[in-house]
Design a protein around this ligand. Structure first.
Ligand code: F6R
Length: 608
């Protein structure tokens, strides 16, 4: 969705703003703009289309100033045009505003402001914020922002500057994330910490209802009622190289290749050989309380929801705890009875997904403990949940989630081991699991060796209109995830199904132009899946098998084969998804799709 970066300090703002916007490109956008202040002069440049258009415009008509705001817009109100791009100007060049979120009562406010003589130049909801601040302005910018905010219904992350106040940068948050980056004689404001990487390692996250007031020397945070807040400073440990391509053609491919290391990072310091269990720093619930848990609700959206589906099998097998997995968007409005010893675990890469956040808040309202499995340190969900586990996967920039998925599944495995060891898992079983987990990053490295084979298979199938993905048990969620990857980046229709469900309807789709991707490594349901392969073969559907070496039964029934290494069943999802990620990547490339920024999608979905 939209992105914000603001700066006030001793350096030229424009290169910092443009670099910040480049880092935020992955979130999805359709126009971009910036405003800088040199002395009391406001310079505004904005352009529909890619960021390169704005960069070209700024090169043609340069702007100067050590103080500025910028934005990438994902159109909601009004088309993606130059006029509708942010920043928007309030009053007679009095304030410039960039905004993430949606103002629901903008039409009503617009009518009122028009009757006061304010002239609107765009179709956006954001322009009302700029004029409203100008309307309340009587010489004090902070006061004007404070008066304007309670009039807004909806969500916002805002950055505001004014030519009357050189050096002053004001931010406000309600429902749309904002983070302040603290520098030496310079301050940054961003909607996403990845924009701050390389500039500062100290960040302060705003909570809903808070306002930040930044000058090069000072930062202050105020609550809704204008009380100063003692905000805590978080360390940003992402490095500049984490947000660069480092020789890869796309972030998605880079992140697929980062998986072995991400798995190592997710496990580091969390495996406890002495007690044959896992341990975590931030659960914030006593072992006694966790021992009482007799039901777990796993929730999330998209890929994170698929990780939750794997989690269901993991918790039931390793911990013997009943699990319910629900889309966060459904959970938030469902009024399900929740028993006393239930906990909710929210799974989210970004920690900002609006539906997942709402699910956490609903669970808290109902008085049940909440945990998050999250990648972005200090993100809203990580802060609002009672406790949680970070993925430590590093920034995930490709819109299609890859390394976050495998890290989420691994953290769920560690949690399942932890809960299991409190219940029926013996020390010997725990020790065996730890040993298997230790081998996992190497198995993931070996799996990546299938890359060339997958590339050739993609060349064979990239023209088809439909794909089916079939798996059973642990690999059923992986079938869903493989189909999601294919849909979102190649725009080919793909469906994931439990392999045996095919004959209850979807098998009608099978023909010679509809390949079925079978997840069929050696395991407890191997023979069953082989029978399901026969059913597809009998109807002339091409078969692509993801299997383990030596599985002749799968090889002889498949048109194409990709091998993954042998692993215990509960670890197979992490390995089996890797060729599916690569398949989607190569099919999308061959179809000329923008792999890292697929159409219509945003990395962090902060609207409902
Ligand atoms: C798909 C994808 C999305 C996200 C979903 C939830 O590749 O990335 O389906 O998984 O939008 O996002 P997070 O995990 O940030 O809550």
């Amino acid at each position: 969705m939209c992105g914000i970066i603001g700066y006030t300090g001793h350096r030229e703002a424009t290169p910092i703003l443009l670099e910040g916007l480049r880092r935020l490109e992955y979130r999805g956008y359709d126009s971009a703009g910036l405003a800088t202040l040199s002395g009391n002069t406001l310079h505004v440049r904005k352009k529909a289309g890619r960021l390169s258009e704005l960069i070209r415009l700024v090169a043609e008509k340069p702007v100067s100033g050590k103080h500025g705001i910028s934005h990438t817009r994902w159109a909601t109100h009004g088309a993606a045009t130059d006029y509708n791009a942010h920043p928007h100007i309030g009053g007679n060049n009095l304030v410039a505003v960039v905004h993430n979120g949606v103002i629901e009562n903008y039409a009503h406010l617009k009518t009122q402001l028009e009757s006061e003589g304010f002239v609107f130049r765009s179709q956006t909801d954001t322009e009302v914020i700029a004029h409203l601040i100008a309307y309340y302005y009587e010489g004090d910018l902070l006061e004007a922002v404070r008066k304007a905010l309670p009039r807004l219904k909806g969500t916002y992350g805002l950055a505001v500057i004014s030519p009357r106040h050189p050096g002053l940068l004001i931010g406000a948050r309600f429902g749309s994330p904002l983070v302040v980056g603290l520098g030496e004689q310079e301050m940054f404001l961003a909607s996403d910490p990845s924009a701050l990487v390389g500039y500062t390692q100290r960040a302060v996250y705003l909570n809903d209802g808070q306002i930040c007031v930044l000058t090069p020397e000072r930062w202050e945070i105020f609550d809704r009622d204008s009380t100063p807040v003692e905000a805590s400073i978080h360390a940003l440990d992402w490095q500049p190289e984490d947000v660069e391509l480092n020789g890869f053609d796309h972030y998605m491919l880079k992140e697929i290749y980062e998986q072995p290391e991400a798995l190592e990072n997710a496990m580091r310091g969390r495996l406890d050989e002495t007690d044959s269990t896992a341990h975590f720093g931030g659960l914030n619930l006593s072992p006694r309380r966790l021992r009482q848990v007799d039901r777990i609700i796993l929730t999330g959206c998209g890929t994170s929801y698929h990780a939750g589906l794997v989690g269901e099998y993991l918790f039931e097998e390793l911990s013997r705890i009943p699990v319910e997995v629900e889309y966060a968007s459904e959970f938030r409005y469902r009024n399900a009875p929740i028993e006393q010893n239930t906990i909710l675990i929210a799974i989210t890469q970004s920690g900002e997904t609006a539906d997942t956040l709402a699910a956490v808040r609903e669970a808290k309202r109902k008085g049940i403990p909440t945990l998050s499995i999250c990648n972005v340190v200090g993100s809203t969900i990580a802060r609002e949940a009672d406790g949680g586990v970070y993925l430590r996967a590093g920034p995930e920039i490709g819109v299609a989630s890859t390394k976050a998925f495998t890290s989420q599944v691994l953290v769920l495995t560690l949690l399942a081991l932890y809960f299991g060891r409190m219940r029926h898992l013996s020390a010997t079983q725990g020790a065996r699991i730890i040993e298997e987990l230790r081998r996992l990053p190497d198995l993931a490295r070996q799996t990546l060796a299938c890359h060339e084979v997958v590339r050739n298979i993609a060349a064979k199938y990239y023209h088809v209109h439909n794909f089916l993905y079939l798996g059973r048990q642990y690999l059923y969620p992986v079938a869903l995830e493989g189909a999601l990857k294919m849909k979102e980046i190649s725009y080919i229709h793909a469906e994931g199904y439990p392999a045996a469900e095919m004959k209850h309807g979807p098998i009608a789709l099978v023909d010679e132009n509809t390949p079925s991707v079978f997840l069929v490594p050696r395991g407890s349901v191997f023979d069953k899946v082989i029978s399901n392969m026969e059913e597809i073969r009998a109807r002339g559907g091409p078969i692509l098998a993801i299997t383990t070496p030596g599985c002749k039964e799968a090889v002889c029934r498949a048109d194409d084969v990709i091998f993954i290494p042998e692993a215990p069943e509960y670890l197979q999802p992490i390995l089996a998804v890797i060729p599916l990620q690569l398949l989607a990547y190569h099919v999308a490339l061959l179809r000329g799709c923008d792999v890292d920024k697929p159409r219509n999608l945003a990395k962090s979905v902060t609207v409902e």
